[in-house]
Design a protein around this ligand. Structure first.
Ligand code: ZN
Ligand code: ZN
Length: 385
């Protein structure tokens, strides 16, 4: 039996001092911080099934498995396909193989004499909950949400390094895509090419489906790439990210095909001004709301407040959209180690849109931008016949 060494760490006391079989290091720190949150909710066990939460706490990357975290134990229940992988990836967890997950959860809970059991209320389906409740009626089931997500908001240096790699892949892929963005190229082909470039540069996948929208399509903030061929005067919004080491990146650039008209230039300048000002405002102690307001005010004063209908940004990590939110409702206070996007946009129906998005890390004394692609308005293929 080992004691919880977190006590000697950064001055955070784990409420449960004796923990069986846990190693030291990052995973251990996370579990101790989770214990404090569990204590606050008066639960003596937490069932974790969300894939990002599961990976974050245990290191296990498989697609099936349940964590049972109690006061004194941390178990990873999984099936035959993943037992060996789980043992390698999650050495701090006790790995238990199951044939039937509910029975295994039941055993883990009763073995540890758990009474109030938390589950991820925002991720578990009603059907799943009903199954657990029926099979394990000895315990009280408590829907909790955000416990692990709150821990995930503050990134460790190892996580920041992975996000930076993912951001660098996206930056590099984008600059290679630019020469292919000429009149006549199709949205769909370009999106495919961008995916190919990111994968070739080491992405294990996309952080999310690529948005590549030209002309009037660019007025739809979440347009899907389609059959439209780029034509002169089109604004093209490209919003994309790589997934790498489990972590996501997220960036948006807007370019123009051929020469920019006055309206295009004007829209672009407003969005860029708002984006730079909001980036500048990112610092510990600010709320998401405050940073959002900086961009929103500039866009509103330029007369486009109604055309900026989404939040300014969001946290990025194992998931591409996570806490904290930078929006008029974003009440979370920015802290060092958070990675967020800053992505104001203006969308003019029938004409097009402009969005510019960077990833930014909140640091002790301000921020560091993780996206390095140029934000100058590029006029592409202007010299082509
Ligand atoms: Zn994006
Ligand atoms: Zn985003």
């Amino acid at each position: 039996m080992r004691s919880c060494n977190r006590k000697k760490g950064k001055g955070v006391n784990c409420p449960y001092s004796m923990v069986v079989g846990w190693g030291e290091g990052w995973i251990m720190d996370k579990l101790c911080r989770l214990h404090r949150k569990m204590e606050a909710k008066a639960i003596d066990a937490l069932i974790v099934t969300g894939s990002e939460n599961r990976r974050y706490l245990s290191g296990f990357t498989g697609s099936a498995g349940t964590l049972v975290i109690t006061e004194t134990a941390a178990s990873l229940l999984t099936d035959f396909r993943y037992v060996e992988q789980a043992a390698l990836e999650a050495p701090d967890f006790e790995i238990k193989r199951y044939d039937e997950p509910v029975a295994a959860i039941r055993e883990a809970l009763l073995e540890n004499k758990c009474r109030r059991v938390g589950f991820e209320g925002d991720l578990v389906t009603y059907e799943q909950y009903a199954k657990w409740q029926k099979a394990i009626e000895q315990v009280e089931w408590v829907a909790v949400s955000g416990l692990v997500e709150e821990l995930r908001m503050i990134k460790e240096p190892e996580e920041i390094a992975e996000i930076e790699k993912a951001a660098a892949i996206a930056d590099a892929a984008w600059s290679e895509l630019l020469p292919k963005m000429v009149p006549g190229a199709s949205e769909r082909e370009l999106a495919l090419e961008l995916e190919f470039l990111m994968r070739r540069k080491g992405a294990t996948g996309l952080a999310f489906d690529i948005i590549l929208a030209a002309g009037p399509n660019a007025a739809l903030p979440h347009a899907k790439p389609g059959d439209r061929l780029l034509s002169r005067g089109d604004l093209v919004v490209m919003d994309f990210g790589a997934r790498q080491g489990g972590y996501c990146s997220d960036m948006t650039r807007t370019v123009v095909i051929g020469k920019a008209c006055q309206q295009t230039r004007n829209l672009y300048d407003i969005v860029l001004k708002a984006q730079l000002a909001a980036l500048d405002a990112v610092a510990p102690g600010k709320t998401g709301q405050e940073v959002d307001a900086v961009a929103r005010q500039i866009i509103t004063e330029a007369g486009y407040g109604e055309q900026f209908g989404h939040g300014l940004g969001h946290g990025v990590g194992l998931a591409v959209h996570e806490e904290p939110r930078l929006s008029p409702k974003g009440d979370k206070v920015l802290q060092p180690g958070m990675v967020v996007t800053v992505e104001p946009g203006i969308y003019v129906p029938g004409f097009g849109g402009v969005r510019i998005e960077d990833l930014v890390l909140v640091t002790e004394d301000g921020h560091r931008v993780l996206t390095h692609s140029s934000k100058e308005l590029l006029e592409l293929g202007a010299d082509q016949a």
